[in-house]
Design a binder for this molecule. Structure first.
Ligand SMILES: [Zn+2]
Length: 53
């Protein structure tokens, strides 16, 4: 799954079922970005095994 960041935001998402998953106006990277913040909700989903990639 790619990493997405909404334009104007510093937070990267990688779970397509995150409530903040950007669907318009976003940057996408194929691999884990070196900079910026990682979404806490995506982290939580990953830890719980419910992250939909
Ligand atoms: Zn997220």
């Amino acid at each position: 799954m790619a990493y997405r960041r909404r334009n104007g935001s510093d937070t990267w998402h990688w779970c397509s079922n995150c409530s903040n998953w950007p669907t318009t106006n976003y940057d996408e990277r194929p691999t884990k970005p070196a900079g910026g913040d990682l979404c806490n909700e995506c982290k939580g989903k990953d830890a719980a095994g419910t992250c939909k990639k």
